[in-house]
Design a protein around this ligand. Structure first.
Ligand SMILES: Nc1ncnc2c1ncn2[C@@H]1O[C@H](COP(=O)(O)OP(=O)(O)OP(=O)(O)O)[C@@H](O)[C@H]1O
Ligand SMILES: [Mg+2]
Length: 500
């Protein structure tokens, strides 16, 4: 058979949980290339063998994969193909550990020997699959080995519609699908969902529909099958439950602007507008697949909230925020790996935004010394300049309140544009207070005057303190508009918040 005689080896790396889909595609490819169905029956799945040799050492398991081929047991035709799950997070042949122990090295060596060593096997098409190509030993990927590399990326809108079609086919045939469910809409809502996640959405929608039929008062009551209908609303609920691993982390972003976004001056407005222009530029530009933008300014001036707003408004399928919050106590190299992984994940999506929040915290910066992590610095400098793969576009937004430090270690130069996010001038503070409606009209000017040059974070903190009232418990009346903050109490609180 033609494929086999070329001795071609393929390495496929796919999104997690889509191995079955990938396998199906490969089998279809076999059929397309003229393999007879009995040849496909000779497929030897390493995964199936693994179940047989559970609790065995990886070396033994690995030898067994190739052993039947050597002896011809499985070679009922000219073709056999081995699907070996390489370097995946799931149990599999872990041939990826570069700094690994002898065990890993020995497995890599065994695989290499079988591919092009003295004991190499003929007439075998070897197909490896992984979702962590970056972790594979380079020796495996050289010409003559797993040389043809094909990326199976996340499904596009048409692909998602087809996957929804497959998973809702039976429901549709049996009239369980309500008329208001439009598969194209579902596909539009599930940007960056993998096939497995889409299947999860369908299952979850079904469970919502079934739940409606259950009566908690009488669980033994039989379900009226005729009236089960999976509706558009069930799918909307399911989408809240199943979120895409490579999607926008909307919850994390919303957490950065808990107070919502009020208009706070021309400068903030200008920055938001220009940042949205950058988003547009990334979307349409052919020449600049990577755009980087730095938001710098005093602590609490609203940089993270601005970056999160850009991420939410962009409607990009992949938006992730990298912050030191999730890396407390981690070793430098683990932090680097986590940051690099976010970039790798972003490269899988056609349009992505990465927010590097509080860069000085990510860099472990301490003013005394001064000290910082050079390893993380070098990682960031490389990642900020690395162009995404062909067809993928990325916007990186960094935030910092230590711009002079970042300048001294060349991070500022790595960003293509930089915006200064200022504290609130008197007129800006007045605008914010007017929108909050917590002062009487006569007091707004005086309050805004007192707030001159205050970052928005402190302003919110101060208003919340003052809204409690002198004796506490006044917040509800003030926020509902029944009462206003007393200016004298406001001045008292101001004394506590401002450091002289
Ligand atoms: N335009 C806005 N409207 C309403 N609230 C805002 C606005 N901008 C910022 N905030 C609020 O102000 C607080 C501080 O904002 P943010 O965390 O973005 O500041 P920062 O500059 O990133 O601070 P830091 O330097 O400490 O990281 C947040 O609680 C945020 O919700
Ligand atoms: Mg911040």
């Amino acid at each position: 058979m033609e494929i086999v005689s070329t001795g071609c080896c393929e390495c496929r790396f796919v999104p997690p949980d889509d191995f079955d889909l990938a396998l199906l595609m490969l089998e279809l490819e076999f059929v397309k290339r003229g393999a007879r169905s009995e040849e496909i029956d000779a497929v030897l799945l390493a995964n199936q063998l693994r179940k047989k040799f559970i609790n065995q050492t990886k070396e033994k398991w690995f030898r067994e994969i190739f052993c039947p081929l050597n002896m011809g047991t499985f070679s009922t035709s000219d073709c056999s193909y081995i699907n070996t799950q390489l370097g995946d997070a799931k149990p599999g042949v872990s041939v990826f550990d570069k700094d690994g122990t002898g065990v890993h090295d020995s497995i890599v060596n065994q695989l290499l020997t079988k591919i092009d060593g003295v004991e190499s096997l003929n007439n075998v098409l070897l197909i490896g699959m992984t979702n962590r190509k970056d972790l594979l030993d380079e020796a495996l990927l050289r010409p003559g080995r797993l040389e043809v590399q094909v990326e199976i990326s996340l499904p596009d809108k048409d692909g998602r519609t087809e996957i929804f079609e497959i998973h809702t086919k039976k429901m549709n045939e049996n009239s369980f699908l309500a008329d208001d469910v439009i598969l194209e809409d579902l596909a539009a809502w599930t940007k960056n969902y993998s096939g497995a996640e889409i299947e999860g959405v369908v299952k979850s929608a079904v469970s919502y529909a079934l739940n409606r039929q259950l009566s908690l008062d009488d669980l033994t009551k039989p379900v009226d099958e005729e009236s089960i209908k999976v509706t558009r609303n069930d799918f909307l609920n399911a989408l809240q439950e199943i979120v895409a691993a490579f999607g926008a982390s909307t919850d994390d972003l919303e957490r950065c602007r808990l107070n919502g976004m009020v208009s706070c001056g021309d400068r903030h407005k200008h920055i938001l507008e220009t940042a949205m222009l950058l988003v547009g530029q990334v979307k349409v530009s052919k020449g600049s697949p990577l755009v980087t933008c730095l938001l710098e300014g005093p602590s609490g001036s609203g940089k993270t909230a601005l970056a999160a707003t850009v991420g939410i408004n962009s409607d990009f399928p992949f938006v992730k925020i990298v912050s030191a919050e999730t890396m407390i106590g981690l070793h430098e190299s683990t932090k680097c790996a986590q940051i690099a992984k976010v970039f790798e994940d972003a490269y899988k999506s056609p349009l992505s935004i990465i927010i590097l929040d509080d860069l000085e915290r990510l860099l472990d910066y301490v003013a005394v010394g001064p000290r910082f992590s050079n390893l993380i610095l070098q990682t960031l400098l490389v990642l900020l300049k690395r162009l995404p793969p062909k067809g993928k576009k990325l916007l990186v937004i960094g935030t910092t309140s230590q711009v002079s430090f970042l300048d001294s270690v060349d991070v500022c130069d790595a960003f293509s544009v930089s915006y200064h996010v200022p504290t609130l001038k008197t007129e800006d503070a007045k605008k914010v207070l007017e929108q909050l409606k917590v002062f009487s009209e006569d007091d707004v000017d005086a309050a805004a005057e007192a707030l001159n040059n205050m970052p928005i974070k402190k302003l919110y903190m101060l208003i919340e303190m003052a809204a409690q009232g002198e004796h506490g418990g006044a917040a509800e009346a003030i926020y509902s508009g029944r009462e206003k903050i007393k200016i004298s109490h406001f001045y008292d609180c101001l004394q506590d918040v401002v450091r002289y």
